[in-house]
Design a protein around this ligand. Sequence first.
Ligand code: ATP
Length: 253
Amino acid sequence: MAPVTGQLSTRDDTRTGTVLAAHDLTRRYGERTVLDGLDLTIAEGEFVALLGRSGSGKSTLLRAVAGLDDGVAGSGELEVARETSVVFQDSRLLPWARVLPNVVLGLTGRDARDAGQTALDDVGLAGRERAWPNELSGGEQQRAALARSLVRRPDLLLADEPFGALDALTRLRMHALLRDLCAKYRPGVLLVTHDVDEAVTLADRVLVLDDGRFVADRDLTDLGTRRSLRDPAFIAHREALLEALGVETSTNG
Ligand SMILES: Nc1ncnc2c1ncn2[C@@H]1O[C@H](COP(=O)(O)OP(=O)(O)OP(=O)(O)O)[C@@H](O)[C@H]1O
């Protein structure tokens, strides 16, 4: 990872069972404080979803921990896993390269092609290796982007609204896919999303960001791995998170 400027430093630290440890992250744009001294830790294999209203700073936080923002300051440290991958709302596939070369771009060694093929099989794109990105649907492009991330066997996967541009049905399929991929590859995950149900379906823990601070930090591990939107415990988590987001859900009175 590239070092973050200011007083923050980035270093490889996967021995402690932690793939992300950020302390006192602060980001200001002029007078406005978008991230206000945040602490955030993600354990190996832990799936953390980040919710917050539009403009609350979710993407700013993800960019900061991805090392993509050199305007971050803080009194503490940012430690991230050695192998970190990032996926965005658009696939960012190179239009002039076919699917398999896109997935293995930058990888070297005899096994790279096989690893790319396996990753494409895992995301359901077997047979599309020689397609051009513009021949894939939006959902398929995001599958390819996931394959490109996971082929590197990341300890930490950072995802900024990866399903935000997809239709509702495709998004549900992608949730099931991401759950299966995480079971196989076991990355720690930070997923930025607007979608409360997406967060409760996928995450071990959900954070809610508001005014530069976390206003909720909710453990969802009681829901287990197979989750249903109709489960009363699922509904209870959803309601609590909507309340933290300031959305009125009660019809009483
Ligand atoms: N380069 C920039 N210059 C000035 N202000 C910025 C810049 N980037 C982001 N901001 C401001 O920081 C705040 C947080 O933006 P950010 O994109 O992180 O929000 P978000 O929670 O991801 O929003 P959304 O859910 O709409 O994507 C916003 O008010 C935005 O206007």
